[in-house]
Design a protein around this ligand. Structure first.
Ligand SMILES: Nc1ncnc2c1ncn2[C@@H]1O[C@H](COP(=O)(O)OP(=O)(O)OP(=O)(O)O)[C@@H](O)[C@H]1O
Ligand SMILES: [Mg+2]
Length: 259
């Protein structure tokens, strides 16, 4: 089966992009779906959350500059069926350098093409930095589906219009005609507050076909797991965080026919 590429992007910081990238990737892997997680954020939060040591020369920095291939950067994780391309700080420089290159929006797409062609992975999940800069825009140009995480907080929808306009622009400019908004994932949901419920209702109204019915609850377990280099399934296998990301995984598998 072909590879489906997802990018998890939102220029807003701290909205659950990395937590979702890591645990959704692990949920797919648990279902024996060969999954590759790509950490495209110089903060390298996904890399450490999955328990991989940062190693110099293992990020996509080199390949984005024509030095080495993305395939060479694939690093195994302790989780079966889940591999990683790590990030390191040097990716921050790529953010600037990319803009000076020819075809600067197409760099990531080009280096992922041979990886897609191997059909070695059914799903690729890209974790983006909190900016709509060169790295995020490259991920949008390379992906089949954009997944947006929204924190169930005041002003959650702020910036949503901007990212959706960027998707339309990439489509009409023929940078990535196939790009679709794959879904909206509500994170840090607190059922005890009216605000959380109101935000979910608001998104349901705006994007009824796109919102996933799984709401990711706010739970301290999800915030603790990364400091142990563990996914939620290894850190708290029976907790509400695990249940939620497992449910989200099932929804993603169904919506995109990954199995
Ligand atoms: N469902 C949740 N419940 C509790 N804490 C959470 C939850 N999801 C994420 N967090 C915590 O909130 C913070 C931000 O989450 P995360 O790093 O996933 O967001 P991000 O969008 O990737 O951030 P950045 O924009 O900096 O990359 C982290 O400390 C994380 O552990
Ligand atoms: Mg992050």
């Amino acid at each position: 089966m072909a590879t489906t590429v997802f990018t998890i992007a939102n220029q807003k910081g701290g909205v659950g992009k990395t937590t979702t990238a890591v645990n959704l990737a692990a949920a797919l892997a648990e279902q024996k779906i060969h999954t590759l997680l790509i950490d495209l954020d110089p903060q390298a939060n996904a890399t450490s959350a999955i328990g991989v040591e940062k190693t110099e020369g293992r990020s996509l920095y080199g390949p984005l500059h024509g030095d080495g291939s993305a395939i060479d950067m694939i690093t195994p994780t302790s989780i079966e069926h889940l591999a990683l391309i790590p990030a390191e700080e040097d990716l921050a420089a790529a953010e600037i350098e990319l803009s000076q290159m020819e075809n600067y929006l197409m760099k990531l797409r080009a280096i992922l093409a041979p990886l897609r062609a191997t059909n070695g992975y059914r799903a690729i999940i890209i974790d983006c930095p909190p900016a709509l800069g060169m790295l995020s825009m490259n991920s949008l140009a390379a992906a089949d589906h954009l997944l947006i995480t929204l924190q169930c907080e005041y002003m959650a929808l702020e910036g949503l219009g901007q990212i959706l306009r960027n998707v339309e622009r990439l489509k009409t400019a023929d940078v990535n005609a196939d790009l679709e908004l794959g879904g909206v994932i509500m994170t840090m949901f607190d059922g005890r507050t009216n605000l959380s419920r109101q935000i979910v209702e608001e998104v349901k109204e705006h994007l009824p076909e796109k919102i996933f019915s799984t709401l990711i609850p706010r739970t301290v377990r999800l915030s603790e797991a990364p400091s142990f280099g563990k996914t939620i399934f290894d850190y708290d296998p029976t907790g509400v965080g695990s249940t939620a990301y497992r449910d989200l995984g099932q929804e993603v598998i169904q919506r995109f026919a990954l199995k």
